[in-house]
Design a protein around this ligand. Structure first.
Ligand SMILES: Nc1ncnc2c1ncn2[C@@H]1O[C@H](COP(=O)(O)OP(=O)(O)O)[C@@H](O)[C@H]1O
Ligand SMILES: [Mg+2]
Length: 296
């Protein structure tokens, strides 16, 4: 999907982005934004408008309908292109690179950030595009046929909320909790530093006890800020020479959450189960949870 955006992105001009923005704004009021509204916003003559819309549709950035009137919606890739364009304009990134991770609810890419004041080397950064609530193209087609538009586009709001939630909590926790530095946020995407080291799941540790202690200590520091990660596992923990970093925060909860105790216990359990399975280290979940709470 993003590959399509990357390919298409360099062929988009300011007029295309203005058009996409017009449709995006119109979608606050319309399920299908009438072509007249898009025209009012962009002030393009119909000929230009239709020419550009045709290309945007061909590239899957926009979808259109003629029934019951001529209207347009932004498609997933169009939304990605708008977020990317914002990051480029702000100077947060200058280029997007390869996909480095794809989960059920996100697509993660490498990107390049130019040095500040043009001093030094460009640095790699990470863009995470949220995908919550997103349905497949075939599903979208089916939904269109059944006229259940609202549900179809709820993904924009779900993904946007989730990206903001993740960015905000990372802003709050960084740098006291060891996480990649959050850099910028727009729409359903955010930019952060590259996590240090490699995924716990894919690393053979020489000193697992030491790393397990580091992980428990980070859970404890997070807890001291009133926060529980709530999706901790070997797939959301990076390990490097000097410690660990936690990623993937959108499902975090606060301590007043009704399931706070259960979710803390589950996080600890997941980590301990992994260390037992892979390294034969045995620690008791309840003891570790009690230890984390006792230090507050
Ligand atoms: N800051 C980062 N640095 C390096 N790799 C990352 C970073 N953030 C995410 N990734 C990679 O992308 C994958 C998916 O990201 P994650 O935040 O865990 O989202 P998901 O909810 O899809 O699991 C991770 O498992 C990891 O491989
Ligand atoms: Mg993850």
């Amino acid at each position: 999907m993003i590959d399509n955006v990357i390919r298409t992105f360099k062929n988009l001009d300011n007029k295309d982005f203005r058009l996409l923005t017009g449709i995006e704004l119109g979608m606050k009021d319309f399920e299908w934004v009438p072509v007249e509204e898009v025209k009012k916003f962009t002030k393009y003559p119909y000929k230009t408008l239709h020419h550009k819309l045709r290309l945007l549709m061909k590239n899957n950035l926009v979808i259109g309908t003629n029934l019951p009137y001529e209207g347009y919606q932004i498609y997933f890739d169009g939304y990605d292109a708008l977020a990317l364009n914002t990051f480029v304009k702000r100077g947060t990134i200058s280029a997007i690179g390869v996909e480095i991770g794809v989960g059920k609810e996100s697509v993660v890419h490498e990107a390049i950030k130019e040095p500040e004041l043009s001093i030094g080397e460009p640095t790699p950064v990470i863009i995470k595009f949220h995908r919550e609530g997103r349905t497949s193209f075939t599903q979208v087609k089916r939904v269109r046929e059944h006229l259940a538009y609202r549900e179809h586009f709820s993904w924009i709001y779900a993904a946007r909320l989730s990206a903001k939630r993740e960015y905000d909590i990372m802003k709050m926790l960084y740098p006291r909790v060891s996480i990649p530095k959050p850099i910028d946020h727009n729409r359903h995407a955010f930019v952060m530093a590259v996590a240090k080291g490699s995924l716990l799941a894919k690393t053979r540790l020489l000193d697992p006890e030491w790393f397990l202690d580091k992980i428990i200590s980070q859970i404890m520091i997070t807890y001291s800020f009133g926060v529980i990660h709530a999706d901790l596992s070997e797939y959301n923990i990076f390990v490097y020479e000097c410690g660990v970093q936690f990623i993937d925060w959108p499902q975090y909860i606060n301590l007043d959450h009704p399931q706070a105790d259960d979710l803390l216990k589950r996080d600890v359990f997941n980590v301990l189960a992994f260390f037992k399975r892979k390294y034969g280290i045995k620690r008791n979940t309840d003891d570790v949870v009690a230890y984390i709470k006792s230090k507050q």
